[in-house]
Design a protein around this ligand. Sequence first.
Ligand SMILES: Cc1ncc(COP(=O)(O)O)c(C=O)c1O
Length: 466
Amino acid sequence: MSRSHRTSHHEPDTAVELNPLFSRPGESTIFPRFTLPDGESLPATAYQVVHDEAMLDGNSRLNLATFVGTWMETEASTLYAETFDKNMIDKDEYPQTALIETRCWRMLADLWNSPDPGKSIGTSTIGSSEACMLGGLALKRRWQHARREAGKPTDNPNLVLSSAVQVCWEKFCNYWEVEPRFVPVSAEHPVLDGHDLDKYVDENTIGVVAILGVTYTGRYEPVELISEALDEIQARRGLDVPIHVDGASGAMVAPFLQPETVWDFRLPRVASINTSGHKYGLVYPGLGWVVWRDAEALPEDLIFHVSYLGGDMPTFALNFSRPGAQVLLQYYLFLRLGFAGYRSVQATSRDVALYLSSEIGDMDAFTLWSDGSDIPVFAWQLTEGYTDNWNLKHLSERLRMNGWLVPAYPLPDGLGEVTVQRIVVRNGFTRDLASSFLADLTKAVEYLDSLTSPMPADKQPEGFHH
Ligand SMILES: Cc1ncc(COP(=O)(O)O)c(C=O)c1O
C-alpha cells in the first residue's frame, strides 16, 4: 500500500523521543532514528517506543484493501505465542511440525481433487509469491527437459498470462528470464478466458497461468475454458501446454462456495496450484501453499534433500529458515473449522460482499465491475459522465478520514484508462461494520457531490500496490 503522506523514505533525521512518563532515571529519553543507540534501554522503554510507532499504522480491521488475515481466535493466538520459535526448515528438531506440514498439503491436494493425493507433492511457503515462483520454476524445468530430450534449444522460454496477473508473476519472469506473454484484458474479455490463446502459445511456452480470483476485481478466470482452448491447440498443433492455477485467494474459496466449478486437478492439464494460507486460508501473514499433481509435474532435479529423523526429507523452497508457527495455525484451522466451518466463514464473507456491492451498485455514482460472487472481493468505477468534480482517489482519501482504507487504482493494460475502487471482504468484516462503512461512504459521496468546483486532480497519490 502506498502511504505517500507519511512514507518512511522521507522521514526527518530527528531523534525518536520518549514520552517523559516512561523515562526512568539515568535512561536515555531520545533515540537516534537511523543509527544504533550507543547504549541499552529497559525492555519496558523499548517496548513502549515500538508499540507507539506501530500504533500509527492504523486499524487493520478497517483495512478493506488487504487480502491477508487480520483476525484469529484467542486459542490461535495462544498457539502462535507457544510456537513462534519453530524454524520450518529444522525438520530434524521439529519433526512433528514437519509431519503437520505434510498433512496440511495432503488435505489441500484432496480438497483440490487430486486424482491420487498420495502421489501429489506439496510444500508450505512464505506466501503465494514464493509458491508461484516454485510453480513457475517447475514448469520451466519440465519444458527444458522435454526440449533437451527432443534435441531442441532451451534459450527462449515464455509464459502466457493475463495482463491482470499479480506482480509476483512479473517478478518470476524477470528473475528467471522467462518472456512474459501478456494477454491484455478488454471490455469483451475482462479475464483470460482462452480467447485468442492460439496467438500467444508456441513451442517455447512453458505454461499458462490461470488466476482463480483476479487481484484487481475478484473474478475467476474460467480455467476449464482455458484448458479446452489448450486441448484444441494440442489437437491442431501438437503442443502440450500445462496450466498453473494461481489460486492465491480462490483456491480456498471455490471448493467451499462453488464446488461445481471445475478449475482444479479434475482438469488433467492443471499441473500445479498455489494458495495463500494467509488469505482465505484465514491464517495471519506468512503462509502459502503449492501442490503439484504428481512427481512428473515437479522434476526431481529441483528437489533438495535434507536429513529428517535420520531419514530423508525432500524440500523445494526459495528460503531456508522461515517461521513454522503459521503452518501449525493452518492445521489448527483445518481441525477447528473442517469443511463445514470453512464453508460457513467464506459464505458469510460472500453474503457481506454481495450486500455491500448491491448497495454500492444502486448508487448513481457507481457502476460495478464485479459483485463479490466469485471470491468476496468486488470493484466499481465512477459511472461514466457522473461528475468532473471528483474521482475515486478523492473518495478514497475522504474515506480515510473515517479510518477506512479502500484503494483506487487503474485496471491493468488493455483497460488502463479505467480507474476502479475495490473492497476485499474478509473474515471479521461483519455486516454491522459493512453498514457503518456504507453510512460513511454515502456521507463522503454527498460531500463530494456538494462541491461547486473540481477537486485538484494533480499530485494525487499513486494508489495501492498489490
Ligand atoms: C492472484 C494473486 N497471486 C499472488 C499473490 C501474492 O500473494 P502473497 O501476498 O501471498 O505473496 C496475490 C496477492 O494478492 C494474488 O492476489
